[in-house]
Design a protein around this ligand. Sequence first.
Ligand code: BTN
Length: 265
Amino acid sequence: MVKNLIPENDLLNPEEIKKGLKTKIIGKKVYFFNKISSTNLYAKNLIKKNIEEGTIVIADVQTRGMGRKNRYWHSPYGGLWFSVILYPDLSPKRGIFITMAASISVVQAIKDINGVDTEIKWPNDLLLRKKKVCGILTEIDADLHKINYAIVGIGINVNNKLDDELKKIAFSLKQEIGSEVSRLKILKSILENLDKNYNKLINKDLDYIKKAWFYFSKIIGRKIQITDGNIVRKGVVKQIDDNGGLILQTEFGEIRITSGDIKYL
Ligand code: BTN
């Protein structure tokens, strides 16, 4: 039986992850599981035990991976499925910047390690050949003026198989490169990039995050259709505002959008 197609040196064990990791906050503590229901869910339970900031939870396989809007996230062996625990001193209104910082970090890591350009699709997808290669689910718990915690769940199709149905909308790094790629190297690079970007964020350098995000998203000026439940809107993206809302020029005037699924027209 073919059990493990990934090279032995691509094990995601905590020692390997932490070895030589150049970070101040992210990845100081690592929980690894062969199989787990959801790394976001496990992270949520760790927070109840006052776990330290920057802790990551990672698994080879998730049996109940969670996507946005309660969707199921396919998480078989070969992908990168992990969550990062953060306690940012940030206004809840700026919560979207956490996802933005994470998206930038993944784009930078995939470029650095694999030389592959991915594109950010608002609010939290990364595309490769117009298909989804990475999804980010940020779960935030906040009071009126304070974020209590944020769990940044990142799922990347690396070497994992995609069934025929998923292949219509998803893409993997292995498909792009033509051979297996190291999950460990990508993970370490994401953690290092996230550490830098997160530092910008908590030092209130939101402009840096915004500029980098714009650079990788190429969304300004594009014509899109956005679907939220049964509301469908069309327009040209003019701007992303300081709270992460999408400013859309529609035939009825300018509107602000905060959630929904985008299709480029
Ligand atoms: C999306 O819908 O695009 C977001 C997908 C996020 C998936 C990741 S995989 C690791 C973490 N644990 C989860 O259960 N979900 C996130």
